[in-house]
Design a protein around this ligand. Structure first.
Ligand code: TXE
Length: 484
């Protein structure tokens, strides 16, 4: 692979070197080799970005919504124009199949910009008349300088899900993508400049969590933080922000139950469960990593689930026939292998996969590959069924009653998402109301309407993204009360 263009920080509308002149290797997961470099920035670079964002804020926050909307719509159009380039960059950077980046990640990034570009044209302000006394109206104003920190699994999809509402609402932003997958964030900068986004509205500082993420979260002038990543890091972000009374949104990990009742449409349940188990190599916080099947359907489901899963092709992410690409990093691959080993110690039986496959081709002989893996017979509350693996590994467990499976589903430190497969409408409503997750999909998975609240409870995070939740998060409500 030819060495890709060097990534630079984007500050005040210009591409700049990191102050310290240091760079990190950016590894291609499919080959295990460096293919580009990413700025190893530090607090000095964050300071430059904050200064730029502060300078841009007065003008941008006063820019009419119609003008902000036009620029964000242009960004969406340019993302679509550059779809192939962005999809290829995302695939190379993350190891995900090019087909997945082309069909999911990049189109959703365009949708994120388009959604919030139009949402700000239709917001309503509340008014309350205190009869005979006063007239109240609620003004929602931009918060100011916001910090946006995003993870490596869906890089442009999740970063744009923060940038779009933040700047649509009139804030200016300092964003930090994961150091593992910086490329599409870098490519977005030229797109935003071409779309006419004023200098300093969006600033992107590349680098590690401790050297760049932490200074962003700790900066006195950054009063709002939107974070997506692991629960451990989420706690560090919360610890930093709490004493500074910052507004924080935390979108963290998940250990999502996928519940299949015997009365389900099993064809749909199996197709949907294979997808929810292994999409993006299982590296989606919404993946259904704990599969529960009603006992009377268990054997049949397992046989057909294994058969369909065995048809998934692990391969070079750039090849059109690939269903499963590479795991994002050597560290993440080791984490997946650790949990597969632990599963066997905890009594699990590997029904499919479980060990590193042969390299898909010469180019990828040192890549980070792991096959879709299915584990049976695990104790319900063992570590593998409680801890987030974030890889292509699921457990399948039978259950005997609705009450029992709801108890299994809720006996979890996370509460992000769940799926329920049943053709009994009453049961669907009854079970969905009792499961402690922020999203419950019934007879589907990853159906996403951008207007709905998105997020989790317990250790899956705090707050919600999407729709009005995002518009409210990135604005400050003010009650103005005028005496009669
Ligand atoms: O995420 P991190 P990692 C889970 C998954 C994964 C685990 C760790 O289980 O194995 O999290 O993954 C930045 N202050 N998810 O290590 O560390 C970091 O640079 C401020 C679920 O990749 O949480 C990156 O930009 N920022 C998740 C971002 O935080 C800090 C998706 C996320 O990195 C920081 C990804 C700090 N102290 C992983 N330390 C989901 N919910 O989708 C790091 N960062």
């Amino acid at each position: 692979m030819e060495r890709a263009e060097g990534i630079r920080n984007f500050v005040d509308g210009a591409f700049v070197e990191p102050t310290g002149g240091q760079y990190l290797d950016n590894i291609e997961p499919a080959t295990g080799k460096p293919y580009s470099e990413v700025p190893d920035s530090d607090g000095r670079d964050v300071e430059l970005a904050v200064t730029a964002a502060e300078k841009a804020f007065p003008e941008w926050s006063r820019t009419p919504a119609a003008d902000r909307s036009r620029i964000l719509l242009r960004i969406a159009d340019l993302i679509e124009r550059d779809l192939e380039k962005l999809a290829r960059a995302e695939s190379i950077d993350t190891g995900k199949p090019l087909s997945l980046a082309r069909n999911l990640d990049i189109p959703r990034a365009a949708s994120n910009f388009r959604f919030f570009a139009t949402a700000i044209l239709h917001t309503e302000n509340e008014a309350h008349v205190t009869e005979g006394v006063a007239f109240n109206y609620t003004l929602r104003q931009p918060r100011g300088l916001v910090g946006l920190i995003s993870p490596w699994n869906l890089p442009l999809y999740l970063l744009s899900w923060k940038i779009a509402p933040a700047i649509a609402c009139g804030n200016t932003a300092i964003a930090k993508p994961s150091e593992l997958t910086p490329m599409t964030a870098y490519l977005l900068c030229a797109i935003s400049r071409e779309a006419g986004l004023p200098d300093g509205v969006l600033n992107i500082v590349h680098g590690t969590g401790p050297k760049v993420g932490q200074p962003i979260t700790a900066h006195l002038k950054v009063n709002t933080i939107s974070f997506t990543g692991g629960t451990v890091t989420g706690k560090k972000v919360a610890e930093t922000c709490a004493p500074m009374f910052k507004k924080v949104s935390l979108e963290l990990g998940g250990k999502n139950p996928n519940i299949v009742f015997a009365d389900a449409d099993l064809d749909a349940a199996i197709t949907g469960s294979v997808r929810s188990s292994f999409a993006n190599q299982g590296q989606v916080c919404l993946c259904g990593s704990r599969v529960f099947v009603e006992r009377s359907a268990y054997e049949s489901f397992v046989d057909r689930f294994l058969e369909k899963t065995s048809q998934l092709k692990v391969g070079d992410p750039l090849e059109a026939t690939t269903d499963q690409g590479a795991i994002v990093s050597k560290t993440q691959l080791e984490k997946v292998k650790f949990y597969v080993g632990l599963a066997q110690q905890e009594g699990g039986k590997i029904a499919l996969g479980g060990s590193v496959p042969p390299a898909p081709n010469e180019r990828c002989k040192e890549g980070y590959f792991f096959p879709p893996t299915v584990i049976k017979d695990l104790p319900v509350s063992c570590r593998v069924n409680r801890e987030e693996i974030f890889g292509p590994v699921v457990s399948i467990t039978p259950f005997d009653s609705e009450e029992e499976v709801i108890g299994y589903a809720n006996d979890c430190d996370y509460g992000l998402a769940s799926s329920v497969w049943t053709q009994n409408l009453n049961r669907a409503h009854r079970v969905a109301e009792q499961i402690h997750t922020g999203t419950v999909w019934v007879n589907c998975w990853l159906v996403r309407d951008l207007r709905v609240p998105f997020g989790g409870m317990k250790q899956s995070g705090v707050g919600r993204e999407g729709g009005n939740e995002a518009l409210h998060f990135f604005t400050e409500p003010k009650n103005i009360c005028i005496a009669k």
